[in-house]
Design a protein around this ligand. Sequence first.
Ligand code: UTP
Length: 297
Amino acid sequence: MFDMFDMFNEEKKDEQSEEVSSPVPTATYSPTGNFFSISIGGSVLISEKPDVAKIAKFSESINNLAREGYKFALVVGGGKACRNYQAAAKALGANNSFLDEIGIKVTRVNASLLTQTIDSAYPTVLTNVSRVPEIVEGGKIPILGGLLPGITTDAVATLVAEKMNGTFINLSNVDGVYSADPKRSKTAKFYPELSYERLISIIQVAETKPGQNVVLDLPASLILKRSKIKGIFLNGDDLTNFESAVRGGEFHGTLVTEEISEAEATTTGKRIPRKKVEIYEGEEEDEEPPNEHNINF
Ligand code: UTP
């Protein structure tokens, strides 16, 4: 997926921190049924141009899981190619509505590539969610890009998860949700688990603008919350981890649910014990409470 930290000012960069210690918490959860709405970021599969090897590997993973009986819808993002088009359009005077429209077109072109590699793909990229249930019931995997201006492909995937009463999985180029950009801040905390409210409060620091992304846009997070959809945030380059999450096994990533657990309590001050979630405490020095200026995951 994109660099989801672009939207934050350079001045927020912690120049002193080159690296953050790699957190290795794992979490488990109970999937909701066997349907998964997967939002795969453009920057995972398509950077400047489509990465054929990555598309093939991701498709193989989906094909294997589908043979095991898991059901999917796939929503593909824009990636760098999309941003390039949007930057060009902006330079030529296009407004935000047009930038979104061009973004939607690129995501659909990206999505169309998967129709060629997913064994049971529905052959055309869907432009609305209404036919998703019948396509899934027919044994096919619906594939989508963007739907309408003002949202992102993550929101599209949450709408699909909601329609199907399934689980939402976000595959991006980071391991999950952090309190700050882990590449820039040595005090960035990794969240193995978050409540909807906490996720929303983190997201609210960012505006929704064409071509810019946080880990999830606000509409997507509100859809997760209103229908209590389980959300899982994973690194799209680790397909073994992804497959484990789909199978209900342990995974390294962030689980967003209704409950506030001990994992989240490390930053909220609340403390409700919960089993099976290891907690990454982050580094202790100079840690400020998350706020508009240091939450930039
Ligand atoms: P995304 O931002 O969803 O793609 O869509 P992505 O891959 O997750 O993000 P990057 O590009 O890797 O950072 C790309 C753009 O397409 C438009 C938005 O402008 C969005 O930033 N879009 C996408 C919409 O306007 N509506 C949609 O439903 C989807």
